[in-house]
Design a protein around this ligand. Structure first.
Ligand SMILES: *Cc1c(COP(=O)(O)O)cnc(C)c1O
Length: 471
């Protein structure tokens, strides 16, 4: 038998392009269709369904995902999305055209209305819009609402105060809304420095943006006083909801004095995360700000649901009522877990982070933390340690951020991991730290891709094989 070994040997680091697979075999027969119905211009690879299915399955196996193992990226909250939420969103009855009249889409509107209500109750807010398509878009929307509120009072304010440790999107959202950003340094204990805050606030302050617990997992104990200080100068307090997992069912931003918040439904509830969307970042506000929320919102009267526009609204920030299928998944998740399930999720998120940190041979400078913690790699390079962790079969944490923690490894195991999986993670952390400098510098050695040019990938992306061919 003529057995071509090379042809059948699989290289785990290489999967040819579909066009290469096609080129490697004989011409397929001419189309049986008449000439006038065929085109030459479409160069689709002539492959069978199993070939295609295997190609994409192999590509998926070369990637890491939260379905392959833990994904402890601090601040990003990468957790498993239960598949029942996909089933609910895939129900043909869920797929109705958004231009249908409210009279014939009462069920859709009822679901959206209830989700607005769930989120308002979870956050301690008075009103919610579901329109923004991501957390960052929620921030931008929330800051526009703050601006509209101040303007309606004839109040001209030019600054938004943001802690240095905040997520980059906070700075971008405030700047895009036309504000000057005043950066607040972190205090020695990793929390808001009250003196620095006092100095930063003024009659020019439109809002202070905070996440609580903050980026290193610390609860801002002075939050009630902070809220008073912001309100005393006529400013608004904005809650970045990315860390809501730590508080879910236990504490509510509205009760702490926050006036506006966004919800990262893909971090706190269940919807896919990353890859550029689609996502959802609903925004909640206290009653004084409700008139400015985006149009339209779902309202209810006498058991009828309808879409209403408000006169003072900032307008639309997305088509229709937002990313419907994403919102359906968040709704399904909240409805399935209920109050007890949601607070259980936050308890486990905090327990898991604390259990994991206990197992690590790393210093954790800021304590007591909640759902995430910033370990430091000390005199090792955090990025090298992270690359080495890949060789131990786990995904590493977020590295080198926040910047005030030297060689930070910002870690968030999330509530979904069990004790075995946390122990595996701890082993990878500790084993990588114990390896030689050479092993760290040459890592990863057991993955499909070695070190990639991250700056090049971001600044000069090659999004198709044609671009590669042109090189
Ligand atoms: C993820 C994140 C955001 C941005 O949310 P997206 O939904 O990714 O746009 C904002 N703030 C913090 C703290 C985050 O972790």
């Amino acid at each position: 038998m003529d057995f071509d070994q090379a042809r059948y040997a699989r290289d785990d680091r290489y999967e040819p392009l579909l066009s290469e697979k096609n080129a490697a075999r004989e011409e397929i027969d001419d189309s049986p269709l008449p000439d006038e119905l065929t085109r030459d211009a479409v160069e689709l690879p002539g492959l069978s369904e199993p070939e295609l299915a295997r190609h994409y399955t192999r590509l998926s196996q070369m990637n890491w995902s939260v379905e392959s193992g833990p994904y402890p990226l601090g601040s990003c909250t990468m957790k498993y999305n239960p598949s029942f939420t996909e089933d609910v969103a895939a129900d043909p009855n869920a797929a109705i055209h958004p231009d249908r009249s409210p009279r014939t889409s009462q069920g859709t509107l009822e679901l959206l209305y209830e989700l607005q209500d769930y989120l308002a109750r979870i956050g301690g807010m008075d009103a919610v819009t579901l329109q923004p398509p991501a957390g960052a878009a929620g921030e931008f929307t929330g800051i526009l609402v703050a601006k509209a509120y101040h303007e309606s009072n004839g109040d001209d304010r030019s600054e938004v105060v943001i802690p240095a440790s905040a997520h980059g999107t906070n700075f971008a959202s405030a700047a895009m809304a036309g504000y000057d950003v005043v950066e607040l340094p972190s205090g020695d204990d990793g929390r808001v420095d009250m003196e620095a805050l006092d100095a930063a606030l003024s009659e020019d302050t439109a809002a202070l943006m905070l996440t609580n617990p903050n980026t290193v997992g610390l609860f801002e104990r002075d939050i009630v006083e902070i809220a008073e200080m912001v309100h005393d100068v006529g400013g608004l307090l904005y809650y970045d909801g990315a860390n809501l997992n730590a508080l879910l069912g236990r504490g509510r931003p509205g009760d702490m004095g926050f006036d506006i918040m966004h919800y990262n439904v893909h971090k706190t509830f269940a919807t896919p995360h990353g890859g550029g969307g689609p996502g959802a970042g609903p925004v909640g506000v206290v009653s004084e700000l409700e008139p400015f929320l985006p149009n339209p919102r779902v309202r209810e009267k006498g058991g009828n649901y309808r879409l209403e526009d408000a006169e003072d609204s900032i307008g639309k920030v997305h088509g229709y009522t937002g990313n419907w299928f994403v919102l359906v998944k968040a709704y399904a998740y909240i409805a399935r877990l209920g109050d007890a399930g949601l607070s259980d999720a936050s308890a486990k998120a905090v327990l898991n982070a604390n259990y994991l940190a206990e197992q690590l041979d790393y210093e954790v400078p800021y304590e007591p933390f909640h759902h995430e913690f910033a370990a430091t790699a000390g005199d090792r390079d955090a990025a090298d340690v992270a690359k080495r962790m890949l060789d131990y079969g786990v995904h590493p944490p977020t590295t080198k951020w926040p910047e005030f923690v030297p060689e930070a490894m910002l870690t968030e195991p999330t509530e979904i991991e069990n004790r075995d999986s946390l122990d595996d993670l701890a082993h990878a952390f500790n084993a990588a730290m114990a390896d030689s400098d050479e092993e760290l510098e040459n890592a990863p050695s057991r993955t499909t891709a070695r070190r990639i040019d991250q700056v090049g990938a971001a600044r000069d992306p090659q999004l198709s094989w044609q671009a590669l061919d042109d090189e």
